[in-house]
Design a protein around this ligand. Structure first.
Ligand code: MF3
Ligand code: CO
Ligand code: CO
Length: 332
């Protein structure tokens, strides 16, 4: 549906599917979700603002056995120091990457299975940390640019990069568990958002739509399309459900390094004209918010929360671009 829209001009039909000319619709207002149709009525239960998430106590960094290969930053607490260029993998490397990504999904499943009212996010961190070690893998977040724990756990209005601490999950919360592992020289990255016990309909709708956004983004990730077609498809779907798309955090190339080119915005960004080509490996990881798209970061330097404390959800897969589409690598 979005093919042949690569040179969107003022008089072309708007990318959002309204049928209006771009200049009469979203031009200069690519972010305005009021312009999209079908936003849900706010009956007071739909847009949830729960008691805000507070910072708890963070336990010391966990230790990974020395026989498990560590990425370079494990000791430096910096980045990867290799630049952002992505290398295209040969068949042998691809076979390893597939295994790494499958293992990442197994670890994520264990982390998600631990979610229940009363468990602390630090206890989820322990489950994920031990699941990594059982796979012979290093938990990629640990000491990445100084990140202090082995997994990101993001509750309610936390968009991403939540640091596990001693705060217990409460019935009615939504929680994203974002697992990345480093195994046999490659990183695999995936996340899901799930309910803590029973949640209200609005929160469930947010989770469902966010999963759809990921899948719609993956469908747009194919040769012949441009990078920006992925975000365009995601943004249309989110806006049609009355949600906004977080802009500050994007999908990313991944493989021998945790974060490589290309950058994958989850919103429509005209500048991202790069073509999607077979052999590319990147994540798609839309963060979809009930209220405003904008965010702020806590003074811990990591925890990203919505500007209005409304809830945000996220799903993530690592994918490989094939000749005619995409192969999801982070699946069982
Ligand atoms: N897993 C996150 C992503 O999807 C990155 C986490 S970086 C960390 O890109 F340092 F916060 F762990
Ligand atoms: Co991730
Ligand atoms: Co990622």
């Amino acid at each position: 549906m979005f093919n042949n829209m690569n040179k969107l001009g003022r008089n072309d039909p708007c990318w959002c599917g309204s049928g209006k000319k771009y200049k009469k619709c979203h031009l200069g207002k690519d972010n305005d979700r009021e312009l999209c149709s079908e936003a849900p009525v706010d009956d007071g239960s739909f847009y949830v603002v729960s008691p805000s998430i507070k910072k708890g106590n963070v336990t010391p960094m966990r230790v990974v056995p020395v026989n498990i290969p560590h990425p370079i930053y494990a000791t430096t607490g910096k980045g990867e120091g290799k630049g952002r260029k992505q290398t295209i993998l040969n068949d042998a490397e691809l076979a390893i990457m597939r295994e790494t990504c499958r293992a990442a999904r197994r670890v994520l499943e264990k982390g998600l299975a631990a979610v229940k009212p009363g468990i602390t996010t630090d206890e989820i961190d322990l489950v994920v940390h031990e699941a990594c070690i059982a796979e012979g893998a290093y938990p990629s977040p640990l000491n990445y640019h100084g990140f202090p724990k082995s997994v990101c756990v993001s509750v309610n209005e936390v968009i991403c990069h939540g640091i596990p601490d001693d705060s217990p999950l409460r019935e009615g919360d939504i929680v994203n568990v974002d697992v990345t592992i480093y195994l046999n020289g490659f990183h695999g990255d995936c996340s899901e958002t799930v309910a803590v016990g029973a949640i209200n309909n609005g929160s469930q709708a947010l989770i469902d739509t966010t999963r759809e956004c990921l899948n719609i983004g993956i469908s747009a990730a194919k040769p012949g399309n441009r990078i920006r077609d992925i975000g365009r498809a995601i943004q249309v779907h989110a806006h049609n459900h009355g949600y906004s798309v977080v802009q500050a955090y994007c999908g990313h190339g991944i493989g021998k390094t945790f974060h490589a080119d290309p950058v994958i915005p989850h919103f429509y960004d005209r500048k991202e004209r790069g073509k999607i080509k077979p052999g590319m490996i990147f994540t798609i990881e839309p963060m979809i918010s009930m209220g405003e798209w904008d965010h702020k970061v806590w003074d811990d330097g990591w925890t990203a929360v919505t500007i209005d404390n409304k809830r945000s959800a996220q799903f993530e897969n690592t994918i490989l671009i094939t000749e005619d589409g995409a192969e999801i690598l982070t699946k069982l």
